[in-house]
Design a protein around this ligand. Structure first.
Ligand code: 13P
Length: 252
């Protein structure tokens, strides 16, 4: 059965002490009973990960990295391998975020390799895809998402793909205040699930959580998360305040 998930992508926000204090506030809210039955994930910066894992230990909060490198080790100055991430006890890793595609020229080929490198170390990828504004306006969003999944995900076996969480994040909705309407989200999430079903099987497709991301906030989450094929959210701005993040966790 697919999990309900709310994941906070902190991006390049929160230093170590700010991050740890946010984790403490989230833990306190969850201990009060908010978010029962929801997988709660936070993705701090690399420099906070080790302490974040310690802070989250024994609580319902899971820790994710925001990126990784595809090679195991070597002369890649400034990069971090999946082995390093796994060795400190991190469970998830975000791969293929549109900001990495846009600002760091991440290609489909490197995204596919990063997914493989993560699975090889037992990390669970949170794989992001989604179209830019021009593609949505031209009605090409289905085509774009299908191509991304073909090139980046569909080389996996059924057993492997079941370990992946998919985050559909329309680029035009990220950090803009524009959100996909609940119906727009449902339409493309259902399309993504159909692609998974056609490629693998209906049973496999039913096990994979598909999250929505893009200006998801406490005031729009209930409607979006209420849609049949939306299993939760990958949250940017609203994940930086414990109160908002906890409200999102309670939005199912
Ligand atoms: P916002 O929620 O700030 O739009 O960001 C979404 C996102 O990119 C999460 O990965």
């Amino acid at each position: 059965m697919r999990k309900k998930i709310v994941a906070g992508n902190w991006k390049m926000n929160k230093n170590l002490s700010e991050g740890l204090s946010l984790i403490e506030s989230i833990k306190a809210g969850l201990a009060n009973g908010q978010g029962a039955g929801v997988e709660v994930i936070v993705a701090p910066s690399y420099v906070t990960l080790t302490e974040a894992v310690k802070a989250a230990a024994g609580s319902a909060v899971k820790i994710s990295a925001q990126n990784c490198h595809q090679e195991e080790n070597g002369a890649y100055t400034g990069e971090i391998s999946t082995g390093m991430i796994q060795a400190i006890g991190v469970e998830y890793v975000i791969i293929g975020h549109s900001e990495r595609r846009q600002y760091f020229n991440e290609s489909s080929a490197s995204i596919a390799k990063k997914i493989n490198a993560s699975l090889a170390k037992g990390l669970k990828p949170i794989y992001c895809n989604g179209e830019v504004k021009e593609e949505r306006e031209a009605g090409k969003h289905f085509e774009v998402v299908q191509r991304q999944m073909n090139d980046e995900l569909f080389h996996l076996s059924a057993e492997e793909v079941k370990k992946v969480v998919i985050a559909y994040e329309p680029v035009w909705a990220i950090g803009t205040g524009l959100t996909a309407s609940p119906d727009q989200a449902q339409e493309i999430h259902a399309f993504i699930r159909k692609l998974l079903s056609d490629k693998y099987s209906a049973a496999v497709a039913e096990e994979i959580s598909i999250l929505y991301g893009g200006s998801c906030k406490p005031d729009n989450a209930v409607e979006i998360f209420g849609k049949k094929d939306v299993d939760g959210g990958l949250i940017g701005g609203a994940a930086l305040k414990a109160e908002d993040f906890l409200a999102l966790v309670a939005s199912f």
